[in-house]
Write a new protein. Structure first.
Length: 561
């Protein structure tokens, strides 16, 4: 049984590593300025490592995790080497440049030799670093670098940009021609693929910068790119500019406007009424009895845990197939229904916390998908081992991203605690990581109970859902309708662990609000408790209040979204 959620602590304090910043020297003079253009070659590592060089051969190009497009740098820092990777470019004397990039890992540095650097502590999702510097009076080259820290493990970097004019003594002042024929070659709910005709230049084109509206979002060396991290069912306008080694930038290409596809829970029509059913305790009912009495068609089956060695099992101890859980699933499907296994919960040994990597977690989850031919999975992310662990959050989200790629049409749901006004710090962090990783989560489900919310369970549930909607809008750039269509509510029928009371009347009002705002999912904990026992307190097989058998399930079955 899920017990009360603890109060969420504030952001923890992080110890800082000291680093000395060197300064460029040179004659005092007003620095030059120029139109910003990324003068680094292969800034997104899409064509391999070159011309980047990595000490000790500790750098490699990987396809996950990435920030933009399809590749990123991985530096394998060890106890004796910080895995520095660098690139030297021509620059102009006495000129200001801006260096930036996206990194993740423990203590990742970005800087320029002989000049300033910046660093971040330990983001589990990509975080942007930036620093500016001014070249010396006679300086014609600069070496930018990335590195991790000793014994801190691998770091990742992507979309590195050194904005400013290229070197070459100013002899090349002719800009490339504008790229032509920009078109969209594909789209998903979160990405747009583009292609264009090559530009020409008197010396040579060295790269292309892709703009979304007025902002540059990607730099590539070829004539195609994929822009990710977009909101579903949203129109975006793109242009492309060419640049040469001297930093000359072309005029913009023709503009192309593309509307992304509908994400899960958006225009795809994904709606789900699926209360939790638990075979582990609480006198579990025959699901066909409940289905016949209420009309419910789906159940969220709790809980898939780790039985050791990143091996999935019901409650971490009952065999995945062949036991009471499979019997319940078979009965549900025989009656025309379906199931969504829930991974995690409040207690027990969880796969998210105990699998060693996102790929291992994805493989373990895939075993459950294959065993039952699943259309959706729910990750119930709670407690300090998963919800309050940013690395584990990222591991789960990355695994879900992998599973969606490997199982077309699979719906992914994340369920987590909330305050009465919306997501807590860790809930906000989960949503931000989902956006950064590009996890394309279909439904963000909050559990509006055990939050010390007082007697107004309807008002507090609605306020929590509205807070979630606002966070989704600000994070993903969605409108109200799209944000609502990615929201789920998972309540607790009758008395919660903190003795908050959600009555059938209140639950009906919550369902009607959910229908009226067209959210994606409605659930509650649990069908086992959907029986009367007024004055019975908080227990596993009844609600603690006066009600009819399966009354909350009947109300939930009326949810259409």
């Amino acid at each position: 049984m899920r017990t009360s959620l603890p109060r969420r602590p504030g952001r923890r304090l992080l110890a800082l590593l000291g680093t000395a910043a060197l300064a460029f020297t040179g004659a005092v003079a007003l620095p030059g300025t120029a139109e910003a253009a990324n003068i680094l070659a292969n800034p997104g590592f899409e064509s391999g490592l070159a011309p980047w060089t990595c000490a000790g051969n500790l750098g490699s190009v990987v396809s996950s995790p990435v920030h933009g497009d399809s590749k990123a740098l991985q530096g394998a820092a060890s106890a004796s080497d910080n895995a520095q990777c660098s690139q030297t470019v021509a620059v102009r004397p006495n000129t200001t440049y801006s260096l930036s990039g996206w990194v993740r890992g423990s203590y990742v540095y970005l800087g320029v030799n002989g000049g300033p650097s910046t660093w971040t502590t330990s983001p589990s999702a990509y975080s942007r670093l930036s620093v500016s510097f001014t070249t010396g009076a006679s300086q014609t080259s600069a070496t930018v670098y990335l590195h991790g820290w000793y014994a801190q493990g691998s770091y990742y970097a992507d979309d590195i940009s050194l904005d400013g004019p290229g070197g070459g003594g100013g002899s090349d002042t002719q800009a490339p021609t504008a790229p032509t024929g920009l078109t969209s070659t594909g789209r998903t709910s979160s990405s747009v693929s583009l292609a264009w005709n090559a530009a020409t230049d008197n010396v040579g084109v060295t790269g292309y910068d892709v703009y979304r509206g007025s902002g540059k979002v990607l730099s590539v060396s070829g004539t195609a790119a994929t822009v990710g991290g977009l909101a579903s069912s949203t129109s975006y306008t793109f242009t492309v500019r060419a640049r040469d080694a001297a930093g000359n930038t072309s005029a913009a290409s023709n503009a192309v406007t593309v509307t992304t596809g509908a994400g899960g829970g958006g225009g795809s029509g994904f709606k789900q009424a699926a209360p939790y059913l638990y075979e582990g305790w609480g006198d579990p009912p025959n699901p066909q009895t409940v289905m016949n009495a209420t009309g419910i068609k789906a159940f969220t089956m709790a809980f898939v845990l780790d039985s050791g060695g990143c091996t999935p099992a019901w409650d971490g101890q009952r065999s995945l197939t062949g036991g009471v859980d499979q019997t319940a699933i078979d009965r549900i499907r025989a009656a025309g229904g379906d199931v969504v296994p829930s991974f995690g919960g409040w207690q027990g040994s969880k796969l998210g916390a105990n699998c060693s990597s996102a790929s291992a977690l994805a493989a373990a989850t895939q075993r459950v998908i294959d065993a039952f031919g699943l259309k959706a999975v729910d990750f119930d992310i709670e407690n300090s081992d998963e919800f309050e662990n940013e690395a584990v959050q990222a591991r789960i989200l990355t695994a879900l991203k992998t599973l969606k790629a490997n199982n077309p049409g699979l719906r992914t749901i994340v369920t987590f605690g909330t305050s009465t006004t919306g997501p807590t710090y860790y809930g906000n962090r989960l949503i931000e990581q989902a956006r950064s990783i590009g996890a394309d989560i279909d439904v963000f489900t909050i559990m509006p109970f055990d939050f010390g919310g007082g007697s107004d369970m309807y008002g507090n549930t609605v306020n929590a859902a509205e807070g979630l909607k606002s966070k989704l809008k600000s994070t993903f750039g969605w409108d109200d309708a799209t944000a609502y269509a990615h929201i789920g509510i998972s309540g607790m029928n009758g008395l919660s662990d903190q003795r908050e009371n959600t009555t059938p009347t209140i639950w009906t009002r919550i369902r009607d609000w959910a229908d009226g705002h067209h959210i994606a999912r409605l659930a509650f904990w649990s069908v086992n408790r959907d029986r009367p026992c007024p004055g019975g307190g908080v227990t596993s097989n009844c609600s603690g209040i006066s009600q009819s058998d399966w009354q909350f399930t009947s109300i939930t079955a009326g949810f259409t979204g």
